[in-house]
Design a protein around this ligand. Structure first.
Ligand code: FES
Length: 75
């Protein structure tokens, strides 16, 4: 049934990550990032919340252009 203009059977962003949770929320302490951390934004990573390069296959398959968020710690 459509909710907010988006049906549950199509248009899902998250296909595989913590599907039993009502909401996927991740929290990382900035102090735990030593030099650089690369976070997934395509929701296809097998190493969530970090990028594992799965966005490349997704982009190729879907004609998309998504990529990770890179957080640097200059200290
Ligand atoms: Fe999702 Fe790289 S695997 S952004």
């Amino acid at each position: 049934k459509a909710r907010g203009g988006c049906s549950r059977s199509s248009g899902l962003v998250n296909h595989q990550i913590l599907k039993k949770s009502d909401k996927v929320v991740d929290s990382i302490d900035i102090e735990d990032i030593s030099e650089k951390a690369v976070f997934c934004r395509c929701w296809r990573s097998k190493n969530w919340p970090y990028c594992d390069g799965s966005h490349n296959a997704h982009n190729k398959d879907q004609g998309d252009n998504v990529g990770p968020l890179i957080v640097s710690n200059k200290k």
